[in-house]
Design a protein around this ligand. Structure first.
Ligand SMILES: Nc1nc2c(c(=O)[nH]1)N[C@H]1C(S)=C(S)[C@@H](COP(=O)(O)O)O[C@H]1N2
Ligand SMILES: [Mo]
Length: 230
């Protein structure tokens, strides 16, 4: 397919997905809560900038399962499959050819640290979804990392405009210890919902728990509700 045709298809599909999930997104707690817990000025989605129980950090701690996989760019792949019209397996070049988004957002770790104003560059999950076209029956995704990690979220969380698969932080390539070459970020949920070293996104017709969710972490992970454990 021509590149321009491909882009047009993504833009059309993106608009349809936005319309389909608009109401659901507007009703998620990190946008709609009228009594969010936390302190400080409102962030861009109206929540106190420091969620309840969090402390600001300038350093960026590293959290993983004890494995930091080394993925050369020529071997890197991103599979997007499951309940979708057109499953894909993207190479690094394919990934960089997709619409790129830059955004500055906050990072809230369940272990009580938050790091504000992180500048990211990458591809919106919304645009990846537009590429593969989830069926009407799709409700959740399960993300897989090269280290064997998994984590799940609902589509109304995944399709928010600040959910990105990032390859660049503060203008430099995302370091391996933070999930490079590519990780996902979920600024409106605790950070464990964003898989480092991401290599597969599976669209599902029902919720399926990931690594930490199976071990007692919250399914939903809302920072402004102190929603850490299930
Ligand atoms: N693949 C993978 N992704 C992961 C993890 C992991 O162990 N493996 N840890 C999660 C947790 S618990 C957190 S808090 C963040 C930490 O990201 P950081 O190490 O860049 O701070 O990544 C999340 N994503
Ligand atoms: Mo975490």
């Amino acid at each position: 397919m021509e590149d321009s045709e491909k882009l047009k298809r993504i833009v059309d599909a993106r608009m349809k997905l936005k319309a389909r999930f608009e109401d659901k997104i507007r009703n998620t707690p990190s946008v709609s809560d009228n009594r969010p817990m936390g302190k400080g000025n409102p962030n861009r989605h109206g929540m106190p900038v420091i969620p309840v129980g969090q402390t600001l950090t300038v350093k960026w701690p590293v959290l993983d399962l004890g494995i930091q996989p080394d993925v050369p760019l020529n071997e890197w792949r991103l599979v997007i499959d499951g309940d979708v019209e057109s499953p894909v397996e993207l190479t690094w070049e394919d990934f960089l050819a997709l619409p790129q988004t830059e955004d500055t957002s906050d990072f809230h770790c369940v272990t009580t640290w938050s790091k504000l104003n992180m500048n990211w560059k990458g591809v919106r999950l919304l645009d990846l979804a537009a590429l593969v076209q989830p069926h009407e029956t799709a409700t959740h995704i399960l993300c897989y990392g090269y280290d064997g990690y998994t984590t799940n979220i609902s589509l109304e969380e995944a399709l928010k405009p600040d959910v990105l698969l990032v390859h660049t932080i503060e203008g430099v390539p995302l370091p391996k210890e933070h999930g490079g070459p590519v990780r996902m970020i979920t600024p409106q949920l605790y950070a464990w919902k964003g898989s480092k070293w991401i290599n597969r996104i599976e669209f599902l017709q029902k919720n399926k728990l990931g690594f930490w969710e199976e071990r007692g972490y919250s399914n939903t992970a809302y920072p402004w509700r102190n929603d850490r454990y299930s």
